[in-house]
Design a protein around this ligand. Structure first.
Ligand code: HXC
Length: 275
C-alpha cells in the first residue's frame, strides 16, 4: 500500500459508514499506477466487509476531488504501459460501480477527466460549492477512455454528453445539478456560516448526511436494490425484471423483513441487523 487511499470507519451513531479518502496531494489525486493499485486493494477490503453499509468517497486535498489521469506519469509510458494501466483503471472503476454497498461521492473541488469518470461509478454525487466537473479529454486530443462515454450517456443521455465531451467544458455545481449529474448541491451562501477552514469539506458533510439517511434502512434490502437498479440500465427489460425478482426473493427470508413488520405493528423504529 502506498497510503494514497485511506479508509476510515466511523463509530457511534455513524457506525456502518466508511469514508474512502483519495490522498495524493502533491499531484492533486491524479490517477497514477500506485493510486489505482491502492484503490483496488481498498475496494477488495470494502467488498468483504459486511459491517460497512454505506461508503463515502472524498478527497483529502482542498479544492480537488481528483485531477484525472496522471499526465506526468502518462508522458513516461510506452503504448503497452498505457494499455496495461487503462485495463487496471477500468477494472478498479467496475469494481467500484459493482460494490455491494451504496456509494456517495463528495465532490468538493475539481473532478476532471478520469476523476469525473471515477465519480460516475458512485451511486450518488454531492457537489460542494467549489465543485468543478468536466471531461477535458478532447482538449488533450484523446477521448474519455475509462467508461465515461458510456456511463455519462446512461446518466444524462447522448446529446448532453456530446455537448460536454466535444467542448471539453468545465462546469460548476448548478449546471451539474440541472443536467442530473449530481443529486445535491451545497449552496455557496451556506459557506458564510461555516468556518473557512472547513470550507473544503462542505460537500463531504452533506454526503455524510445522505449516508445517515440510508443507514437505518434494511442493509440487505439496500444492497439488493442497488444490484437490481445497476442491472436495470444494462439488461433488456425482460431480464431486468427477472433480476429484480431474484433480488426481491433475496430479501424475503431475512430476519430484518420480519423486524420491519413487527416494528410497524408496534409503532416503533425498526432495528435491522443485516440478515
Ligand atoms: C499530473 C497533475 C495533474 C494531473 C495537477 N497536477 N493535475 N499532475 N496529472 N492530471 C499537478 C500539477 O502539475 C502541479 O504539480 C500540482 O499537481 C498542482 O497543480 P495546480 O494546477 O497548481 O493545482 P490547482 O491550482 O489546485 O489546480 C488543480 C486542477 C488543475 C484544477 C486539478 O491542476 C488541473 O486542471 N489539472 C489538469 C486536469 C486535467 O486536464 N486532467 C486530465 C484529464 S484527461 P507541480 O509539480 O507543478 O507542483 C484524463 C484522461 C482519462 O483524465 C482517460 C482514461 C484513462
Amino acid at each position: 500500500a502506498n497510503g494514497e487511499v485511506v479508509l476510515t470507519r466511523h463509530s457511534g451513531r455513524d457506525s456502518g459508514i466508511l469514508t474512502l479518502s483519495l490522498n495524493r496531494p502533491k499531484a492533486r489525486n491524479a490517477l497514477s499506477r500506485s493510486l489505482v493499485a491502492d484503490l483496488r486493494h481498498a475496494l477488495d477490503e470494502i467488498r468483504a466487509d459486511s459491517d460497512t453499509r454505506v461508503v463515502v468517497l472524498r478527497s483529502t486535498v482542498p479544492g480537488v476531488f481528483c485531477a484525472g489521469a496522471d499526465l506526468k506519469e502518462r508522458a513516461t509510458m510506452s503504448p503497452s504501459d498505457v494499455g496495461r494501466f487503462l485495463h487496471n483503471l477500468k477494472s478498479a472503476l467496475s469494481e467500484l460501480e459493482s460494490l455491494p454497498q451504496p456509494t456517495i461521492a463528495a465532490l468538493d473541488g475539481a473532478a476532471l477527466g478520469g476523476g469525473f469518470e471515477l465519480s460516475l461509478c458512485c451511486d450518488l454525487r454531492i457537489a460542494g460549492p467549489r465543485a468543478l466537473l468536466g471531461l477535458p479529454e478532447t482538449s488533450l486530443a484523446i477521448i474519455p477512455g475509462a467508461g465515461g462515454t458510456l456511463r455519462l450517456t446512461k446518466l444524462i443521455g447522448p446529446s448532453q454528453t456530446k455537448a460536454l465531451v466535444y467542448t471539453a467544458r468545465r462546469f460548476g455545481p448548478y449546471p451539474a445539478m440541472s443536467m442530473g449529474i449530481v443529486n445535491d448541491v451545497v449552496d455557496a451562501a451556506e459557506c458564510m456560516d461555516e468556518q473557512s477552514t472547513l470550507d473544503h469539506a462542505l460537500g463531504y458533510e452533506r454526503a455524510l448526511e445522505w449516508a445517515r439517511e440510508i443507514l437505518p434502512n434494511g442493509p440487505v434490502a439496500v444492497r439488493m436494490a442497488k444490484r437490481a437498479i445497476n442491472h436495470a440500465s444494462t439488461a433488456d427489460p425482460a431480464s431486468g425484471l427477472d433480476i429484480e425478482q431474484l433480488c426481491y426473493a433475496h430479501v424475503i427470508p431475512t430476519e430484518d423483513r420480519l423486524e420491519g413488520l413487527r416494528a410497524f405493528k408496534e409503532k416503533r423504529k425498526p432495528v435491522y441487523k443485516g440478515c
